[in-house]
Design a protein around this ligand. Structure first.
Ligand code: HEM
Length: 69
């Protein structure tokens, strides 16, 4: 489950980077398509949700090694 989410997070991060480049190019070509600026927000939102989920649900290993100094 966590492994799949990590892969998904990584995949969406690549999609996000592609949309950022696409947006930069699109705005350079035609500055009037301001709505394009909002396109990367969709994958960024997915990254935020999967990222925060991973943040609060780390690998099981972390819970078992906690407090055993
Ligand atoms: C928006 C809020 C984000 C949060 C809260 C977040 C959170 C996290 C967390 C907690 C991990 C570690 C997962 C683990 O090691 O178990 C992680 C890994 C990663 N994040 Fe994010 N992230 C966010 C956005 C992004 C963005 C914008 C990118 C890049 C465009 C990105 C790319 C990655 C990559 C490549 C990894 C490594 C994945 C792997 O180990 O396979 N993240 N993120």
């Amino acid at each position: 489950m966590s492994k799949r989410m990590r892969r998904f997070h990584r995949l969406v991060s690549m999609v996000f980077m592609a949309t950022v480049v696409f947006t930069a190019v699109a705005l350079t070509v035609d500055a009037s398509v301001v709505w394009v600026s909002y396109v990367p927000l969709l994958p960024l939102f997915v990254l935020m949700v999967t990222g925060i989920t991973m943040w609060f649900r780390p690998k099981r290993r972390a819970a078992t090694t906690q407090g055993t100094a």
